[in-house]
Design a protein. Sequence first.
Length: 59
Amino acid sequence: MTTTTNTSNGLGFWKILGIIVLVILALTIIVPLLKGLFWIALIALAAYGAFTLLRSRSG
């Protein structure tokens, strides 16, 4: 009884697994950055709104 292995299927599996791992690693880096940038943008928008409100009242 002989067993034959198809190396192309094995390589395809490792390529797909590598892509999945890279996507997960990228998401673990990008998602916290986006959360931090969201709060920074929200604070900057509030500060800009307050600045334009004060400028329109004094002008």
